[in-house]
Design a protein around this ligand. Structure first.
Ligand code: SAH
Length: 460
């Protein structure tokens, strides 16, 4: 009988979707953080539930051939790169299996492994699975000795690990963070304290347009202005590439990083990047994919699945700053975009102009409200609909309207295989079958994976 605090010697035979190792004792599964498939490990049981339990990894007795030494010194404590101790090859396998298993288990697609093509990783053609992110969000706080700390939240906590040289981030972040820390020290600007809701600086958010070299630095503040802002600007413009410095005002007691109002202190209100020959301007509050190299791969795949010949009416639902819309516009008759964040739609409209694209129309609003309204009031239809929802997937009202709009093809871009599988099941029950899909590794060293799939209408 396994008991709490039992010490066991087990072999890890599987992994959870969150990247924990799974080892079985007489058929009873134990979840072990930091253990990888193929490891033989010594563990102590920490928690028991009826059908499964948790155990602490005490020692690796025999390392799996897939185990590697993490590159980052804080990888074990940080909640970010939970797969750093797994070889990149094995990470790709893990992600491919995660997508296929979700489609089988939740989507009811038995032959998912035939439908989903090999995952596209960052391991080919001079691609680099490190320093790939173009956006960083560093929480700012104080340690017990009252020193300013910035870095990353420890796993499942709000304790800040003081470390800015994140290996998946752009190297310029280090200079930016150190400059801001020195500024806060010099002018005694207090970091925000969550417990008492006092202090000023909550987060440092940076965005780096890797193709143009432009950098945006945004300080999230718990006040309506920033003392000594001219001095901050003077210090930050010394960092190469800084093209926009702003503050974002967030005075709420909330876990949400950005507030509603952004004030530009220096330079433009946005930075400009380009993907596949299309230029995009991006404001602080607009969504923009975090891995520019793999974004191009993803969009090319979406374009392939859309199979446009120039005559199609296309809807890009959850369009952000219009990235996919503008990527497809050159091959379509008209593209309509829908997005909830007003600044993102401002960017989308500006981006159409910037690229001299004239066949796009963008709507601000919830997909589940804009689509039914446009369908009922104007009877809009579509030849192709692309959806790229946030993690929670598509709202049922949006899905219902998509089916009524009767497109020949639905291209579903997803950052969560579980909600993708749920929505594919619903679409399957309502006339759209999964034809093909591919996973793209947009987030190396984390457990996250992006997928793009093509669904086609059955009745024609
Ligand atoms: N296709 C874009 C953005 C995808 S991210 C790109 O590739 O860059 C998902 C987007 O959906 C975000 O911009 C988010 O603001 C938006 N969003 C979230 N909920 C929404 C809703 N209910 N209706 C419309 N857009 C929503």
């Amino acid at each position: 009988m396994i008991k709490k605090n039992s010490k066991l010697d087990i072999t890890i035979t599987d992994m959870t979707n969150e990247g924990e190792g799974i080892g079985k004792v007489d058929g009873f599964p134990l979840f072990v953080k930091d253990a990888v498939i193929g490891d033989r490990v010594k563990v102590t049981v920490t928690k028991l539930k009826k059908n499964y339990g948790y155990a602490h990894l005490d020692k690796v007795i025999k390392a799996s051939p897939d185990r590697v030494e993490p590159v980052c010194p804080v990888s074990k404590r940080c909640g970010g790169c939970t797969l750093q101790h797994l070889s990149y090859d094995a990470q790709l396998k893990f992600k491919y299996n995660k997508v296929v298993n979700c489609l089988k288990r939740i989507g009811g697609i038995e032959d998912a492994s035939n439908k989903i093509k090999d995952i596209i990783g960052m391991d080919k053609d001079g691609c680099n699975p490190w320093n790939y992110r173009n956006k960083a969000q560093f929480p700012v706080g104080c340690d017990k000795a009252n020193n300013i700390v910035t870095g990353f939240y420890a796993m499942r906590s709000h304790e800040i690990i003081d470390y800015s040289d994140c290996k998946i981030q752009h190297p310029s972040n280090v200079a930016i963070v150190e400059t801001i820390k020195a500024f806060m020290d010099e002018y005694a600007i207090p970091p925000y304290d969550e417990g008492s809701h006092t202090g000023i600086i909550r987060h440092i958010v940076t965005r780096i347009a890797v193709n143009s070299g432009e950098i945006m630095v945004c300080l999230v503040v718990n006040s309506d202005s920033l003392p000594y802002d001219d001095e901050l600007v003077e210090a930050l413009v010394g960092v190469e590439g800084v093209a926009s410095i702003c503050i974002n005002i967030n005075q709420d007691k909330t876990n949400r990083i950005l507030g509603d109002k952004t004030v530009t202190l220096y330079g433009k209100d946005y930075i400009i990047d380009s993907i596949g020959g299309v230029n995009y301007r991006i404001q602080a509050r607009s969504f923009y994919q975090v891995n520019p190299v793999q974004t191009e791969v993803l969009y090319e795949q979406a374009l392939k699945y859309a199979a446009l010949d120039g005559d199609e009416v296309v809807w890009d639902v959850y369009c952000g700053i219009g990235t996919i819309s503008l990527f497809l516009a050159g091959k379509a008759k008209h593209v309509y975009g829908v997005e909830i964040v007003p600044e993102a739609i401002e960017d989308a409209i500006a981006n159409a102009k910037l690229n001299d694209i004239k066949n796009t129309i963008f709507y601000v609003g919830k997909a589940e409200e804009v689509l039914p309204r446009e369908y009922e009031e104007r009877g809009v239809s579509a030849d192709v609909i692309v959806v790229d929802p946030p993690r929670k997937g598509c709202d049922i009202k949006a899905l219902e309207t998509i089916v009524k709009m009767n497109p020949a093809r639905v291209v579903y871009v997803s950052c969560d295989p579980a909600t993708l599988a749920r929505d594919i099941k619903w679409l399957g029950d309502n006339g759209y079958v999964l034809k093909e899909g591919v996973a793209v590794d947009m987030f190396p060293h984390t457990t996250h994976v992006e997928t793009v799939v093509l669904l086609t209408r059955q009745n024609t």
